[in-house]
Design a protein around this ligand. Structure first.
Ligand code: 5GP
Length: 482
């Protein structure tokens, strides 16, 4: 708007045309000039989101952010003596998108309200009420802003349920991300080892703001502490909304939490990668479930309907072949010592003894089916899952759960099996135990309420492995697998 006064007016001054003279008179009119000047001042204020100025002898920064109603800004604060300091900026929130707030900045004022001396809980409550344009007066951190670097995203499967509303340690409950055991999480920042920033799989498009989840070692440490210290969570509830814990509590907890102990037996997250099975190397399907849940019938049905597509791995045994049996067809017949050598070398996925003979399914047998282009169907005990998953066979694990006790009784009766009430209860209880202890290994669960429907569902799952990539346990170098 200053330009007409300069270049345009110079042109107009020499103009002899009527319109030129008229425009020149208009632009030099004091009222119009004042109007343009006012416009310029307002425009500068509107556009400038950050400006540096002096405040009580300090160099301060004026930052303007837009905050939607009932949406967190995506930053947490902590008290540093009397000061209120930005402790974290969460990816995807208004604070992060603006690029104007940094970890370590001290907040002096928000919309003219003095902040120094306030407890972080008060600041949180204040911010929760505010929306629209927020003006922050900040003392910028003296630490240099780290150069923005591309964080590599880590994909994990959670091995535990997490509810931030029930967690007295989360730095900000609104920023906490709830998840359930088995969920896939995309971890986008591990800058704070205690509180990672993550999205739940599928949420990242409609939920721009990342959430806080406990970091792996933090979770392991507090799980191990839970076993030794009585639960004080009720006591601490509600005291640390969007804030760090009080100094006293923080010091106490960190000293205990940072004890360098090995908690690798406490399962937290498992790194996963997206895997699309090659057309000629199909993932083995492992069916898991308690006896009488119907998993064996499902396997039989798949094998009988499409024998060219599905196959079982030929097991090993130390018993002698029967008259009609051929080595490598029904079984690989091996000596006891050969079996035991392979067993000790970890070549079996599972094994057992029956009437003084050893039986077992080897990795190589499964590999043989996979290399033939067919889908290897396995019915496994849960204890074999860990071994199978740590191989590079990329199994797809389907848990076949029984329906309700009454429905199970009806289904088994249709098959001519009459189980006592106690036996039915054992099936249900066994299934529950399996879910509690192993559900993090399940890629899918089918409740066998109706055997036909369960079969169709299993078929759909198997077909989807051809058309869609799936999350599988992360094994580097998987292109060279087999
Ligand atoms: P058979 O000697 O009559 O063929 O089988 C005897 C038992 O060994 C059956 O109960 C059968 O289920 C079990 N068996 C067969 N193959 C395997 C295997 O690969 N692993 C285990 N653990 N048991 C097997």
């Amino acid at each position: 708007m200053k330009r007409p006064k300069g270049r345009v007016q110079r042109v107009l001054q020499t103009s002899q045309q009527k319109e030129g003279l008229e425009l020149s008179a208009l632009l030099t009119n004091p009222h119009l000039q004042a109007l343009m000047q006012a416009h310029d001042i307002v425009a500068v204020q509107e556009l400038t989101e950050e400006s540096v100025t002096q405040y009580l002898g300090e160099t301060v920064k004026l930052v303007r952010l837009q905050k939607a109603r009932d949406t967190p800004l995506g930053a947490t604060v902590r008290n540093d003596l009397d000061n209120v300091v930005v402790s974290r900026v969460v990816k995807g929130g208004a604070a992060e998108r603006s690029g104007l707030l940094s970890e370590g900045d001290e907040i002096l004022e928000i919309n003219g309200i003095p902040i120094r001396g306030k407890h972080v809980n008060e600041v949180h409550d204040l911010l929760q009420e505010m929306h629209g344009t927020l003006t922050f007066l900040l003392i910028p951190t003296s630490h240099n802003k780290p150069a923005p670097h591309r964080q590599t995203v880590m994909h994990v499967r959670a091995y535990f349920d997490y509810d931030p509303s029930d967690d007295p340690f989360v730095p900000c409950r609104e920023l906490g991300l709830s998840f359930q055991k088995g969920d896939i999480l995309h971890v986008i920042s591990q800058d704070d080892p205690n509180w990672w920033q993550a999205y739940r799989d599928g949420d990242e498009d409609n939920q721009p703001l990342a959430g806080l989840i406990p970091g792996k070692s933090f979770q392991q440490q507090r799980e191990s502490l839970k076993k030794t210290i009585p639960d004080r969570s009720q006591e601490q509830q509600g005291k640390i909304w969007c804030s760090k814990k009080s100094k006293k509590l923080r010091r106490k907890n960190t000293s205990t939490l940072n004890r360098n102990t090995d908690h690798d037996d406490i399962l937290t997250y498992e790194e996963m990668s997206l895997y699309h099975q090659p057309a000629n190397r199909k993932r083995p399907i492992a069916l898991i479930g308690p006896a009488n849940s119907g998993y064996d019938d499902l396997r039989r049905r798949l094998l009988s309907i499409e024998p060219e597509k599905f196959a079982v791995a030929v097991p090993h045994t130390t018993r002698n072949p029967r008259i009609h049996e051929r080595n490598g067809r029904e079984y690989h017949f091996v000596s006891r010592s050969a079996f035991e050598t392979d067993l000790a070398a970890g070549k079996f996925i599972e094994s057992g003894e029956y009437e003084k003979n050893l039986y077992g399914t080897s990795m190589d047998s499964v590999r043989h089916v996979v290399n033939s282009g067919r889908i290897c169907l396995l019915c496994l005990h849960t204890r074999s899952l860990q071994v199978l998953r740590s191989s590079n066979l990329k199994p797809f694990v389907v848990f076949i759960a029984p329906p309700s006790q009454e429905r199970l009784r009806t289904l088994l009766a249709t098959d001519g099996k009459t189980l006592k009430l106690e036996e039915l209860k054992v099936v249900i209880e066994k299934a529950r135990e399996m879910e509690v202890n192993y559900s993090h290994f399940f890629d899918a669960t089918i409740v066998n309420f109706d055997p036909d429907q369960a079969f169709q569902e299993l078929r759909r799952l198997v077909d989807k492995l051809d058309t869609e990539p799936h999350w599988g346990c992360h094994i580097r170098n998987c292109t060279s697998f087999f």
